[in-house]
Design a protein around this ligand. Structure first.
Ligand code: SAM
Length: 253
């Protein structure tokens, strides 16, 4: 098997090469673990009686510990070695492409798409699919990387060489995502997406870089020039007021 470093950029086989890293504290996916924790904070409580949550490109299932109680957590991904681990952590796994989700319209209360949009050749179709499977009044949580020189430099040229940074050749900067384009595509799917930047807490990151240990919190920033996250709501049905269709209180930004 070739070493991960000789794979082409954004090659799915890297996730097989690194399959033992998903849950490794201080491993190659450490930053994904930190980002998953901050992503979990954006997920609203489950509706009374339970909710359906889709984790698009769930990888090894790092969202599992941070999904609020009451959701059925379904994960799709193209890499079986990752889905096996997601299943071990309680995710209901399904092999599927983010650009062709095998679900009916308006099925999910929440759709999460973390660190996937910047890996796709067909971003617009994936966003349309995410919007399609979200129910009116439902929520979408995303994070991705901006198509800026700064993101390319800081998150590829530099971070791939640093502890906690993405694995070498994980990203293809050509696929990084313009925040305005993303907002527009979500709006076309009936979703108002509000975005904020994310950066690792500096002291915690320095400690991690020095020791290879310790969790690093992701902090919000206004800048959308590198890593950024978003919470969107699909337009609720008319006359729904502040209470959603499942009889639970609406989540707010
Ligand atoms: C950077 S990882 C993020 C995994 C997970 N969302 C997380 O944050 O821990 C990207 C994931 O996207 C998956 N992936 C890439 N292209 C995909 C596609 N077209 N459809 C579904 N999954 C895909 C990969 O297999 C990998 O598990």
């Amino acid at each position: 098997m070739p070493e991960p470093s000789v794979r082409p950029r954004n090659d799915l086989r890297q996730y097989d090469d690194l399959a033992d890293q998903w849950w490794e504290p201080g491993g190659r996916f450490a930053a994904l673990q930190w980002i998953a924790a901050s992503r979990g904070e954006l997920i609203p409580p489950a509706p009374a009686g339970g909710g359906m949550l889709l984790d698009v490109a769930c990888g090894g299932g790092l969202m599992a510990p941070v999904i609020p109680e009451g959701y059925r957590h379904i994960g799709v991904d193209l890499v079986t070695s990752a889905l096996v681990q997601a299943a071990d952590h309680g995710v209901q796994p399904l092999v599927a492409d983010a650009t062709a989700l095998p679900f009916g319209d308006a099925v999910f209360d929440v759709v999460v798409a973390g660190e996937i949009l910047e890996h796709l050749d067909d971003l617009d179709t994936a966003v349309a699919e995410i919007c399609r499977v979200t129910r009116p009044g439902g929520w979408i949580v995303i994070d991705t990387i901006a198509d800026t020189r700064w993101a390319s430099f800081s998150l590829v040229t530099v971070a791939e060489r640093f502890p906690g940074g993405p694995p070498p050749r994980c990203h293809d900067p050509e696929l990084f995502v313009d925040p305005e384009r993303l907002r527009t595509r979500f709006a076309a799917g009936g979703v108002e997406m509000r975005l904020h930047g994310l950066v690792p807490a500096p002291i915690q990151y320095l400690r991690f870089a020095a020791t290879g240990r310790g969790r690093v919190q992701m902090r919000r920033t206004r800048s959308l020039s590198a890593l950024y996250a978003g919470l969107g709501r699909k337009h609720p049905p008319a006359r729904n007021g502040p209470v959603n269709g499942n009889g639970t209180k609406a989540h707010s930004w």
